[in-house]
Design a binder for this molecule. Structure first.
Ligand SMILES: CC(C)(COP(=O)(O)OP(=O)(O)OC[C@H]1O[C@@H](n2cnc3c(N)ncnc32)[C@H](O)[C@@H]1OP(=O)(O)O)[C@@H](O)C(=O)NCCC(=O)NCCS
Length: 200
């Protein structure tokens, strides 16, 4: 498997490796119950943030690397505002995810991140397919997946049990051949998203 070139630059964001210095920033967004409402984990406390950071720093040393859990930094402020990930779940199939501090919702950032990760998955990691599973009630995330051209594939009832409940999830997929044929549209979406909201 090829490597992913980091950092990734988008018009308003930098997607880079996490470091130990990110601890406070990670704790700030992932301890917020609004942020973790539709995530299988959290909200995180200090101890679970230490364990999460230890695990992801270890994953940076994997060879070949199958998990890219990455920091999202806002270029204008230089602040850590969230995380995103691409994880290989089987040969050629990558799972996409993202989360942002709630102060940064609604600016088109997740769309910008997801487009950049999908491009890296296909161009650098030679993915055959990118997938994402999302809670059926997570409207913002579903909208992001649709905006970047992912296609609804299935609904999994009781997909997983976490935080004392069963989760019904949609699965979205983007096959390589669809991405290739729609790449020009994706680029127009990047331009639209970045142009709509001026950097603060
Ligand atoms: C999901 C998340 C990453 C979206 O980030 P974001 O930067 O606000 O996303 P974008 O601005 O790129 O796009 C959000 C889209 O959803 C829409 N949206 C937001 N809330 C919505 C709602 N309740 N119902 C319908 N649409 C909604 C927005 O209007 C926007 O669509 P538009 O561009 O057509 O107007 C962010 O809400 C988040 O971090 N949530 C917590 C973590 C999480 O759930 N991650 C996803 C796990 S699968």
């Amino acid at each position: 498997m090829r490597a992913m070139k980091l950092p990734l630059r988008t018009p308003r964001l930098c997607v880079r490796e996490f470091t130990r210095a990110d601890f406070d920033g990670i704790l700030a967004y992932s301890s917020d119950p609004r942020v973790t409402r539709y995530l299988f984990f959290g909200p995180r406390d200090e101890q679970s943030t230490i364990e999460y950071l230890d695990g992801l720093l270890e994953s940076q040393l994997e060879a070949p690397r199958t998990r890219f859990e990455l920091a999202v930094e806002e270029l204008a402020s230089g602040r850590l505002i969230g995380a995103c990930d691409l994880s290989m779940i089987e040969g050629g199939v990558f799972d996409l995810g993202y989360m942002l501090g709630s102060d940064h919702w609604g600016k088109g950032y997740a769309t910008e991140i997801a487009l950049a990760l999908v491009e890296s998955a296909f161009l650098e990691l030679r993915a055959q397919r990118v997938i994402s599973t999302v809670d059926v009630n997570n409207r913002a995330s579903i909208r992001v997946l649709e905006k970047i051209g992912m296609r609804w594939e299935a609904v999994f009832r009781k997909h997983r049990r976490a935080k004392n409940r069963w989760w019904d999830c949609h699965m979205y997929i983007l096959p390589r051949e669809v991405w290739e044929s729609e790449r020009a549209d994706h680029e127009r979406t990047v331009q639209r998203t970045a142009g709509r909201i001026k950097p603060s």
